[in-house]
Design a protein around this ligand. Structure first.
Ligand SMILES: Cc1cc2nc3c(=O)[nH]c(=O)nc-3n(C[C@H](O)[C@H](O)[C@H](O)COP(=O)(O)OP(=O)(O)OC[C@H]3O[C@@H](n4cnc5c(N)ncnc54)[C@H](O)[C@@H]3O)c2cc1C
Length: 646
């Protein structure tokens, strides 16, 4: 079986050890030594280029061990005195994601271009979740997104966020012709559903009756032909098929006699799964069918998403319920439709890594050559220039911050001391001010001087685990033969699988004909249905940290083979490269009416308590707004800088 799947075939990931470049070497020493030695700076090597690393990426090995030691109280008892780098900055930013990079940009605007800024990040690449996956297949560059996919948001971008996007040279409207959302449809290819034998009794690929998902154009409600094909082939019981179609077509008011507001209040307190079975009386197979539909937004299935949110997301069953437009109390922000927000969409070939790259180009122009969006996709970042002593702004990678503390009484101190680990060694820098643009739940461990109430609130913002896998296929002829462009797999290891969204920008061109190589994107959220949301995420995080690349690889090969082999796909022959972007700490947690009482009934909002400024410290990052979007990360950066500089 291993041979058939191609487990022993040479693919590029085996040039690396679970995503760690051999040149990036420097294993963590258990004994933390002293002095800063240039030979321990892997980024200065000419071979250092993390975007091309394959295997396990995202939270890659080497990025999280120190942080986990600090969390587990196992760090300081073996740490030596930090070596002083003798650097004193105006601002240190902890975290080099879009929020941290935007904070550096806003700080310069506020205090001047000569401000000395140091950005520290624990990963081997900048951008946080905005990571670029770069592949080279038969002489051609193929780009994928390792995390954030697109400029989009359920609510309109604020004036601040729109302003920054414009300053970076991105004109969302003018860029629309670069996207081709009709390529696959024009070739007779459509979204499909894959039923797996473990969940539904048989492996079966069936056209998705909705025909429109994932940015491709089409119809969003099932039409007659689509239903006929679906009904003929789906391995569901007759009762389940009847109920499924019934849910889409029903005009029943399941809560008669209640006002719209009363209905919303009830729907906000029950899961969509319960709505389907207990209220609409649907067959349990209908629940299994819809189970993973909200995974891409919530990292949770319909057992943990409220029926009110399901209504907002456009899931079926509500047409006859006479619900007035507009959100009811407790509605998740992802589920509130907004026309203006829907139009503000753009996908770069490497996702929002392009936004991170544009920010870096603005902060350290010589690190990313070029001047326009056209030269951006193919521009190669010079990592050795990120942390250059001649630059006012420096980005120091592979650096985990372990302590942030005022020098003296926080209200009167003149400086903040920041201690970080790089290459197994401990270093200290000083700064006039510091922005914590890292993950909220890390802050209480590194900044123990914060008030206890704030530390508790920070600890509550634990993130949503999610995996974005990119697989390079030598061609997509099997997809074409099966007339499939994307797959929803409700019981699959990855629940969503799709061919890359076509975008041509500057010298970069997406795959256009089936004989060309392409990036296939696969998404997995390791949730545990039945548990409260926080517990599902905790269990998922733990699962991700324990899953080896080999397990991911076997599942990927097996899943693609089962979906596509009737179209001639051979995993051993057709897979050229695999990158698993594993994000145990993925989306910022967004509040959920089923589990967060304050969100439904009013009360203190944890992220607002958590993000209070403290002395010379301010808190940015998407968690600070409990909002998992780029505009949120930018808005929080702006607020944090405003707090420090107003
Ligand atoms: C898989 C995925 C897909 C997404 N898709 C989209 C999308 O399509 N559109 C969208 O708008 N948003 C999307 N998001 C949300 C995305 O998280 C935000 O848009 C935004 O990129 C978050 O930026 P940030 O700077 O707040 O956080 P991050 O990008 O997480 O950056 C924070 C950085 O701080 C670092 N850090 C943490 N602790 C320390 C420490 N102690 N020392 C040093 N560094 C530290 C982290 O490792 C990280 O690199 C997605 C997120 C994920 C995970």
């Amino acid at each position: 079986m291993n041979d058939e799947l191609g487990m022993r075939r040479r693919i590029r990931r085996r040039d690396f050890l679970d995503g760690i470049a051999l040149t990036a070497g420097a294993a963590l020493s258990s004994h933390l030594l002293g002095a800063f030695e240039t030979e321990h700076i892997p980024e200065t090597s000419p071979d250092y280029y993390p975007p091309v690393l394959t295997g396990l990426r995202g939270s890659h090995e080497g990025a999280f061990e120190v942080a986990h030691q600090v969390r587990d109280d196992k760090f300081w008892n073996q740490a030596s005195t930090p070596a002083d780098t003798s650097e004193t900055c105006d601002l240190v930013v902890v975290g080099g994601g879009i929020s941290g990079l935007a904070a550096a940009h806003f700080f310069r605007k506020a205090v001047g271009a000569k401000a000395r800024i140091l950005i520290l990040d624990n990963h081997d690449d900048f951008g946080g979740h905005a990571k670029r996956n770069e592949f080279h297949q038969t002489g051609r560059m193929l780009l994928g997104y390792g995390g954030t996919f697109s400029i989009e948001s359920p609510a309109p971008y604020s004036a601040v966020a729109k302003g920054l996007i414009r300053e970076l040279g991105i004109d969302v409207e003018a860029l629309q012709p670069a996207l081709n959302r009709k390529l696959y449809g024009s070739q007779g290819m459509h979204p499909a559903v894959f039923f797996d034998k473990e969940t539904f009794g048989a492996d079966c690929l069936v056209p998705d009756p909705r025909r429109s998902v994932g940015g491709e154009e089409g119809q969003s409600t099932p039409g007659g032909d689509a239903w006929q094909e679906f009904m003929k082939s789906a391995p569901l019981t007759e009762a389940a098929k009847r109920d499924l179609r019934g849910i889409y077509e029903t005009q029943t008011d399941y809560l008669p006699g209640l006002s719209s507001a009363e209905k919303k209040a009830k729907l906000a307190r029950m899961s969509y799964a319960r709505f389907l079975t207990d209220v609409a009386g649907a067959d349990p197979q209908v629940v299994a069918y819809f189970q993973a539909r909200p995974h891409p937004l919530f990292g949770l299935g319909i057992d943990a998403v409220s029926a009110q949110d399901a209504w907002g997301l456009g899931l079926p069953g509500f047409d006859g319920m006479k619900l007035e437009p507009g959100p009811g109390p407790g509605m998740n922000r992802d589920c509130i439709p907004n026309e203006e927000a829907e139009k503000y969409f753009f996908h770069f070939p490497d996702g929002n890594a392009s936004i991170a790259r544009l920010l870096v180009r603005k902060l350290i122009p010589h690190a990313i050559p070029g001047h326009s969006l056209k030269d951006l996709p193919t521009a190669k970042a010079h990592y050795a220039r990120l942390d250059d002593g001649h630059s006012h702004v420096r980005i120091r990678l592979n650096s985990t911050v372990v302590r942030v503390a005022h020098e003296g009484d926080p209200q009167n101190a003149k400086q903040v001391e920041i201690v970080y680990v790089k290459g197994g060694k401990l270093f200290r820098v000083r700064a006039g001010q510091c922005v914590l643009a890292c993950w909220n739940m890390m802050i209480p461990y590194i900044c123990t001087e914060l008030p206890a109430r704030q530390r508790d609130a920070l600890a509550k913002e634990a993130k949503v685990p999610i995996v974005y896998t990119n697989v390079v296929l030598r061609n997509w002829t099997s997809w074409k033969k099966l007339r499939v462009s994307s797959v929803y797999a409700p019981g699959g290891y990855h629940t969503h699988v799709n061919l890359d969204l076509t975008v041509d920008l500057g010298h970069y061109h997406s795959s256009r004909v089936p004989e060309e190589p392409i990036v296939v994107h696969m998404m997995r959220t390791p949730c545990k249905p039945g548990l409260p949301s926080y517990d599902q995420h905790r269990a998922g995080r733990s699962e991700l940290f324990q899953t080896s690349f080999e397990t991911f690889e076997r599942n990927i090969r097996d899943q693609l083979s089962r979906i596509l082999s009737s179209g001639g796909f051979d995993p051993a022959r057709d897979i050229a490269a695999i990158t698993v972007n594993r994000w145990p700490h993925g989306y910022a947690y967004e509040y959920n009416s089923l589990f967060d009482k304050f969100w439904l009934e009013g009360g203190e909002i944890p992220c607002e308590v958590a993000r209070q400024p403290f002395g010379r410290l301010a808190i940015a990052n998407a968690d600070a707004g409990a909002y998992a979007y780029t505009d949120g990360a930018i808005d929080q950066a702006w607020r944090a800088i405003h707090e420090l500089t107003a």
